[in-house]
Write a protein that binds this ligand. Structure first.
Ligand SMILES: NC(=O)c1ccc[n+]([C@@H]2O[C@H](COP(=O)([O-])OP(=O)(O)OC[C@H]3O[C@@H](n4cnc5c(N)ncnc54)[C@H](OP(=O)(O)O)[C@@H]3O)[C@@H](O)[C@H]2O)c1
Length: 344
């Protein structure tokens, strides 16, 4: 990658935004200029990039002037307001919110699965939901060798999935409960420390929450399989960072465990973690800070001849958000797709 890119990070002070800053540095992304954008609350704060202090600005229309790439992680309504403006000013945005994911004009991209979709962008590319990305990383390589008919997944989602404030709150809750005090519940509706609860996003008429339906609809869009049958149960657990998922796969025909293991041991972005004798498998503490999704406990489903069970853990702030977004940005630079067709 030789081109130098003028980058703006919208939501730079958040859990995902700060990880994006770190990844741009770690991966030596060709940054010509870096703007850090957030709300008025953070204006004037400074964050470090390559040893230099960069001042955070409150987002404004003028901030998108002379920007090639926007990496956005400030929430759906903020993306809806600002990313079309950024596109008109000539920038391409990679958005971590759910605002544009199911928009037919907006590619929804996991570089290891459907990189070519990014070429079709109209100035905005959506980064999928974090649990969806993690599941896709483990499931798609298997789907390529043996088509999948049905996925049943249960998630164990960490506090960090709800942002920096939620992460801090779960620590405060743990401390309060150890002191027999009432835990604070501002970021979450209930105490999460020493507890768990079904994902608290809005429920539909069928009883599925929004997070569960994101896994269904976004997986279908990324895989290009509109009829794939998927059922998800999403649960928030008292883990600080990194999500886990128990996944049941039903294939069109049987897929041998040994073959699945062989495929996943070679899949990009996946690390096979299995020591059956030691009963050692992926754990969120070990997935924390890692780029790869850890997959293990691959076994035959004893209830179905075409079924496999597997377990994964992945750092959803990294591969589930910031890393995936930066990989999309790298793809745009390498393929020279970094131009907004909406520029006026
Ligand atoms: N956390 C995850 O694992 C994860 C994974 C995938 C996707 N996402 C998505 O990524 C987005 C950010 O998540 P997060 O976890 O990083 O949240 P977060 O830690 O709460 O950070 C939110 C960021 O948005 C900024 N912001 C808030 N209101 C703003 C406004 N009116 N104008 C400009 N900036 C504003 C905040 O700036 P201030 O500091 O000034 O408030 C902060 O930088 C969400 O859409 C989330 O769904 C998160």
């Amino acid at each position: 990658m030789s081109n130098s890119v003028r980058v703006a990070i919208l939501g730079a002070t958040g859990a995902v935004g700060t990880e994006i800053i770190q990844l741009l540095e770690e991966r030596n992304f060709p940054v010509a200029d870096l703007k850090l954008l957030a709300s008025e609350r953070s204006a004037g704060k400074t964050l470090k990039f390559k040893g230099e202090s960069v001042q955070v600005e409150a987002v404004s229309e003028a901030a998108f002037q002379d920007v090639d790439l926007v990496l956005a992680s400030a929430g759906g309504s903020i993306s809806k307001t600002w990313l079309p403006i950024a596109a008109q000013k000539g920038a391409v945005s990679v958005d971590n919110s759910s605002a544009f994911r199911m928009d037919a004009q907006v590619p929804l991209v996991v570089p290891e699965i459907n990189p070519e979709a990014a070429a079709q962008h109209q100035g905005i590319i959506a980064n999928p939901n974090c649990t969806t990305i993690l599941m896709g990383m483990a499931v798609y390589p298997l789907h390529l060798i043996q088509p999948i008919e049905r996925i049943v997944v249960a998630t164990y989602q960490s506090a960090s999935g709800a942002g920096a404030r939620a992460m801090a709150e779960v620590k405060q809750q743990a401390q309060a409960m150890l002191n027999d005090e009432t835990p604070p519940t501002e970021a979450f509706p209930y105490p999460l420390a020493f507890n768990l609860f079904p994902h608290n996003s809005p429920l539909n008429d069928q009883g599925y929450c929004q997070e569960e339906m994101k896994m269904v609809n976004e997986t279908r869009k990324i895989f290009g399989t509109p009829d794939l049958r998927i059922s998800a149960t999403c649960v928030r657990v008292p883990v600080l960072r990194a999500h886990s998922e128990a996944i049941n796969l039903e294939f069109k025909s049987p897929l041998a465990v040994a073959k699945a293991r062989e495929v996943l041991s070679q899949a990009p972005g996946v690390t096979l973690v299995e020591d059956w004798q030691a009963n050692y498998f992926p754990m969120p503490l070990e997935a924390t800070g890692q780029d790869n999704v850890l997959v293990g406990r691959i076994r035959q489903d004893i209830s179905h001849p075409n079924g496999l069970e597997l377990w994964l853990c992945g750092d959803q702030i990294r591969k589930g958000a910031a890393l995936n977004a930066v990989q999309i940005a790298e793809l745009l630079v390498t393929k020279q797709w970094l131009r907004s067709p909406l520029a006026v």
